[in-house]
Design a protein. Structure first.
Length: 476
């Protein structure tokens, strides 16, 4: 049994020394390190994907390759020209100069669903901002994360990075995680993972950037190109067996297009569960005690889910659809399930379908992501205006669309902020720009003096304004 406090002290001492050296590097030196690591991670994308699938038993290795491409090539392209060292801006008119400074050691919690890709992405954005990073892998993905860190670290050192700029807790435990999270020398926690760990990060007393849960509704409007919409949903929900937290969780549509949508889903390889089959899938997908998804269902394919539930589905089935009438406790599949299972709702009209999307959003995905398939811009705007989601995706596969780069100019990221609704600080996709402190040199304006308060006058006498300004503004 290791002494967790001693181990935390050792890790943070090394990270702090690395931070001191890192602080001395200029932009060009920093960018060489980032490029070297990005290329090394990209070159290992297939091997790391296969290792992640083999170790965790989750998802599809080919799709994990795509995630590794996002985390290296696409993240790198997003941040490569970004200025993160020295003077960011210098405005002679205002007299303000902005200077980028690193935060210090960052503790990165990574999930079992996206282990290697999350390590690659977090390493790159931390190195770009000259912040040493400490990786805390999920216990079921330690081996593939250790190998990912080895590849990144060797590439970083070869490009001139300081020693211990990347570390990993390969013997991690809840006690050690807590000791590092609460360590006084830690600057930031970058938490991507289960709700419990994210809450612990926020309660640690250390600044934290976390994520919220996703319960993504997708509305198919009557103005949509239905074959295209169905194809997009299938592309997204089957990607890596649904392990992306931004994957769709419920399809909602109005009655007028039900027959066409059902026929299209069936034609493209989806299977609609009967009421009996839905009940059987619920038992294996959702924990009765908590109402949350069963860990054994996460990232499993349709054949494995059917076997677990004791049902038979047509050969080649890609997705399971469960017709539901309501949401909440009485309808277990109305919540988040990171597997190729979707709730399916039909409502009389657009208004009631739209209200159900809001209800699903508030059931467990506030601030995360929502999707609409429509070619009626008025309905798109109404949906975007009233949904409480950081990412409103239009005619886009949610898994690939929410993480950016693939279908839109959102920042390429594997940490998706959910704003105050999801108990996060931002609704943005987290990237390098979120990992710097900005110092501002503010110069006094020349030849201007603030007069004593009694000499101030009304902004516009007689106008009803009660704002006071100094006398010197008369001539400016």
């Amino acid at each position: 049994m290791i002494d967790v406090r001693k181990r935390a002290d050792e890790v943070l001492e090394r990270a702090t020394l690395a931070a001191a050296v890192f602080h001395q590097l200029d932009q060009a030196e920093t960018d060489r390190i980032v490029e070297s690591v990005a290329r090394a991670g990209f070159d290992a994308r297939v091997r790391l994907a296969k290792m992640a699938r083999e170790e965790t038993g989750l998802g599809v290795w080919q799709d994990k390759v795509t995630k590794n491409v996002l985390a290296t090539q696409m993240v790198y392209e997003d941040i490569r020209r970004e200025k993160t060292v020295g003077i960011l801006s210098d405005d002679p008119r205002s007299g303000i100069t902005e200077i980028a400074q690193p935060l210090g050691p960052v503790f990165a919690v990574t999930p079992v669903t996206n282990p290697t890709s999350t390590v690659l992405y977090k390493v790159l954005i931390c190195l770009k901002t000259r912040n040493p990073i400490i990786i805390n892998p999920h216990r079921r993905s330690t081996r593939c994360c250790v190998e990912t860190v080895r590849i990144c670290y060797e590439a970083a050192l070869a490009a001139g990075a300081p020693e211990d700029c990347i570390q990993i807790l390969d013997e991690s435990s809840r006690e050690l995680t807590h000791a590092v999270m609460t360590h006084p020398q830690l600057a930031l926690i970058l938490a991507t993972g289960g709700t419990g760990l994210v809450k612990e990060a926020y309660s640690s007393g250390t600044p934290a950037i976390g994520v919220g849960p996703g319960n993504v509704p997708v509305l198919i409007d009557r103005s949509a190109d239905i074959p295209f919409a169905v194809s997009s949903i299938l592309m997204s929900k089957t990607f890596d067996n649904g392990t992306v937290c931004a994957s769709e969780q419920a399809v909602v549509l109005e009655k007028a297009i039900e027959a066409e949508v059902v026929a299209e889903f069936t034609r493209q390889g989806a299977y609609f569960l009967s009421a009996r089959e839905t009940a059987l899938v619920e038992k294996v997908a959702i924990l009765e005690s908590s109402g949350t998804m069963h860990p054994d269902i996460v990232g499993q394919g349709v054949p494995e889910i059917a076997r677990m539930a004791g049902i038979e589905v047509p050969e080649g089935t890609r997705l399971l659809l469960a017709r539901l009438e309501g949401t909440g406790k009485g309808f277990p599949l109305s919540g988040e399930v990171l597997a190729p299972i979707l709730a399916f709702y039909v409502r009389p009209d657009f208004e009631s379908a739209f209200k159900l999307c809001i209800e699903l959003n508030y059931l467990g995905g506030i601030g995360h992501t929502a999707v609409i398939h429509a070619n009626d811009e008025a309905r798109v705007l109404e949906f975007g205006h009233l949904m409480n989601a950081g990412r409103i995706l239009v005619n886009t596969p949610s898994s690939q669309g929410a993480v950016g780069a693939f279908f839109n100019p959102l920042l390429a990221s594997l940490t998706l902020g959910c704003g105050t609704g999801g108990k996060n600080i931002t609704t943005e996709n987290i990237s390098a720009k979120h990992l710097i402190n900005i110092q501002r040199i503010s110069r006094r304006r020349p030849n201007e003096k603030w007069l004593a308060f009694p000499h101030a006058r009304l902004l516009d006498e007689g106008s009803g304004w009660d704002v006071l300004i100094p006398e010197y503004h008369k001539n400016h």
